[in-house]
Ligand binder design. Sequence first.
Ligand code: GLN
Length: 214
Amino acid sequence: MNVSPVAAPIAAQAPSRPTVGVLALQGDVSEHVAALEHCGAEPVLVRRASELAAVDALVLPGGESTAISKLLEVFDLLEPLRARLREGMPAFGSCAGMILLASEVLDTRPDAQHLFGIDMTVRRNAFGRQVDSFEVDLAFHGLDDGPMRAVFIRAPWVERAGADVEVLATVPDGPFAGRIVAVRQGNVVATAFHPEVTGDLRVHEMFVDLVRAA
Ligand code: GLN
């Protein structure tokens, strides 16, 4: 007689703990590390290609995009990072990270490099000198439990979002009403503001969920 194997009982599945790199060349690395830890990911610092090769996803922090661009070249990370993004690695960039993920950047240095992670044109330091930094409560698409406090520090905005780019947030009112400040294309997310500094970790949670699903 044929006895079919008895299925093993299904263990209660703990959510997986994906390894998420934080590009650690310059910028607010430790804030992202803390946020990722809190969201159940395993954060690791990425400074070399071997470290990049070992992560499931990458966060590009806020900082100075032209400095990070230069360091990407110095550390031989530019082409490996472009390649991983082409292959579909999930990524999240805040502020300078958004600039780096763009396919085109306005008002940057002519020698600054970017990563073509999202089909968008980003204007660097777009909000201008008079308003170096500001905060606003905005609605973030897909995060339904209330508005999000968004902190902008010499922030960029998205001047053109490609046809496959989903707009996740815009400035709600004031002189910059309607400006695009958060986007997603596939598994790549970018915000012009800094969710890593407010204690509201919903963007990081959403990103870690996206990494788990990828
Ligand atoms: N203005 C910076 C740049 O051009 C970005 C600022 C930030 O990341 N807070 O890279």
